[in-house]
Design a protein around this ligand. Structure first.
Ligand code: ZN
Length: 139
């Protein structure tokens, strides 16, 4: 039986929700109280998590996506096939522009980026959909 692309996307992304939700509970967000978690899975099916870590200077705040990717790189994983962002916001939260550029560094154009929330809503994009024509080292 051939699985549809949507079924494949769900099978990759759904297991990441629990981990991203747990990561969100670790967020350091005294400025915004906006707790965000991320979970990623690589080509060896190893998973990595991250949470947002704010700073009083705001500019030094690091999003969960970048913390998650840094964790994966630190574990010598650089081929990530999916990343999911979890928030308790009614509107699903996609990665910010800075994170999209970092994602483009480590993900293929067809890798999955997903957003989920406490209302069991889920939206999935590809990297190409979120940041077409990303800047790469070849330029
Ligand atoms: Zn970000």
């Amino acid at each position: 039986m051939k699985r549809s692309k949507n079924t494949t996307n769900l099978n990759v992304c759904l297991p990441l929700i629990t981990q991203a939700k747990k990561a969100a509970s670790n967020a350091y967000a005294p400025c915004s109280n906006f707790h965000v978690g991320a979970a990623a899975i690589d080509n060896e099916n190893k998973t990595y998590t991250g949470c947002n870590v704010e700073n009083a200077s705001y500019g030094l705040t690091v999003c969960p996506e970048r913390n998650c990717i840094s964790f994966a790189v630190n574990q010598k994983s650089t081929i990530i096939k999916a990343l999911l962002v979890y928030t308790q916001q009614e509107k699903l939260t996609p990665p910010c522009g800075v994170c999209r550029q970092v994602i483009a560094e480590f993900f293929s154009q067809d890798a999955l980026i997903a957003s989920a929330n406490h209302l069991d809503q889920l939206k999935v994009w590809t990297v190409a959909e979120l940041l077409p024509d990303a800047l790469h080292h070849i330029y």
